[in-house]
Design a protein around this ligand. Structure first.
Ligand code: GUN
Ligand code: FE
Length: 437
């Protein structure tokens, strides 16, 4: 048995705060502690109480930093680590000009393994402890990511992309091979350690109807796997989809008619939706995923968070690296706040930090394991330094409440504000000079 006691200011959420004054939605402990035992949280709360049960466990004192559940990224592409910040185009040209050529390099298993390792390290450097990740079309790229995540005992949701048309041959599979490869990866990885499989048809444009049928068959055969894809991100994408699927009622119907919707389905972007689509997303319990830095970078549009929520929909939030421009969920919340401001919608800090922790855990159906500091949860913890930069420190001198402090972290913070990241109880944050490698 290995035990560690992490001491600091604790913040964890019980449910989504209804507003900035909804103090019953969270627990904040000024002098708190988390007792980690064998990768799980054995106890958390007031330092005095928790320390009394800890015996002679070594103590890591993070005061005055904040301890929160590790951040969760609900949509990200690991083969795109080297095309972040590629200039000049919107979605379809960006895919053809930058993305598919970069993903083609993942036929090389050594390259995939190297990039998967760098990807996992970048996530934890930025405070992210779980991601729902797209791999490339190559089964070996998914193998590489699952292996690197397993080496770190990191919770991962991932799948090889299924794509059989409208891209270069080097990134295409076939309906049959995509089914067989996904099936083999599910058998090898789903439920092994902290890994889960996501059936991953890239989007309507790159999957033939035959392949969508295969994806639907996989989803029916493996109802405990996630499904992840993209939906209505860009107007040209929507128009091309309508040409390719002339019988579909709308874009969502391509997925709906193939049995791909449900509470385990993650729909990246979901910006330009019709009323019928919103109704069907709500009825099926599927989850749109808001990708703020990506939507701004590609000029895709403004995600209607309030409109979807008003229909009873639970939205995730994500970086969407490499169309997204930062691995940081803090930068993501910052840009998300601004996108909502443009629509006269407000994202208050308590809801923001709930969103990137317990909120995304609930979207993934994993709130019993991650996204909280409750006893029994997996010991994924982020340590935040609210005064990480001179500008943040100067601003913090006038932060009069927890909500105000959190809002400054949300708007000004990035990986410099991540003092440490624990994955299953193990410290994973690298020093700045190591990160540069
Ligand atoms: N739609 C289909 N593939 C992709 C992708 O890789 N990134 C984004 N942002 N949208 C997509
Ligand atoms: Fe994406």
């Amino acid at each position: 048995m290995t035990e560690t006691l992490l001491r600091g200011r604790l913040l964890t959420f019980h449910r989504e705060p209804a507003g900035p004054e909804d103090h019953a939605a969270y627990s904040y402990v000024e002098d708190g502690a988390v007792l980690v035992r064998d990768g799980l949280i054995a106890a958390s709360g007031e330092h005095g109480h928790v320390a009394a049960t800890a015996g002679d466990a070594p103590v890591i004192d993070h005061r005055p930093h904040l301890l929160m559940p590790g951040f969760i990224d609900a949509h990200i592409h690991y083969p795109q680590v080297q095309i972040v910040a590629s200039w000049g185009s919107q979605l379809l040209d960006w895919l053809n000009g930058y993305t598919f050529p970069a993903e083609a390099e993942f036929t090389n298993a050594q390259h995939a393994r190297a990039m998967a390792g760098r990807f996992c390290d970048l996530l934890t450097d930025h405070g992210t402890t779980t991601a729902a990740a797209f791999c490339s079309v190559h089964a070996s790229s998914a193998e590489a990511l699952f292996a690197e995540a397993a080496d770190r005992d990191m919770r991962i949701v991932a799948g090889k992309t299924m794509m059989d048309r409208n891209a270069p041959d080097s990134v295409l599979d076939t309906p049959r091979s995509s089914y067989d490869d996904s099936k083999a990866l599910i058998a090898a990885w789903h439920g092994k350690g902290r890994a889960s499989y996501a059936i991953t048809p890239r989007f309507a444009i790159t999957s033939s109807p035959e392949q969508m049928e295969m994806a639907g068959a996989l989803a029916a055969e493996h109802p405990d796997c996630h499904v992840q894809t993209h939906l209505s991100e860009n107007h040209d994408e929507i128009a091309f989809t309508a040409e390719l699927y002339p019988g579909a009622r709308d874009y969502l119907d391509v997925y709906e008619s193939h049995g791909l919707l449900g509470p385990r389905t993650l729909l990246g972007h979901a910006i330009h939706l019709k009323d019928r689509e919103i109704g069907a997303i709500s009825e099926t319990g599927s989850h749109p995923v808001f990708c703020p830095t990506s939507n701004l970078f590609l000029g895709s549009g403004l995600f209607d968070d309030s409109g979807l929520r008003a229909r009873g929909i639970r939205n995730g939030i994500a970086t969407d690296i490499g169309a997204g421009t930062s691995y940081s969920m803090l930068r993501t919340l910052d840009e998300g706040y601004k996108i909502l401001q443009l629509q006269n919608q407000q994202l208050h800090a308590l809801r923001a930090f709930h969103w990137v922790t317990r909120g995304n855990a609930e979207v993934l159906g994993m709130a019993d394991r991650i996204g909280t500091l409750d006893a029994g949860s997996e010991a994924d913890v982020v340590v935040i330094d609210p005064r990480a930069t001179p500008a943040m420190a100067l601003r913090m001198d006038r932060a009069g409440s927890l909500a105000e402090e959190l809002f400054v972290i949300q708007m000004m913070g990035d990986d410099r504000a991540i003092a440490q990241t624990y994955v299953a109880g193990m410290p994973r944050k690298r020093k700045a000079h190591q990160e540069a490698r």
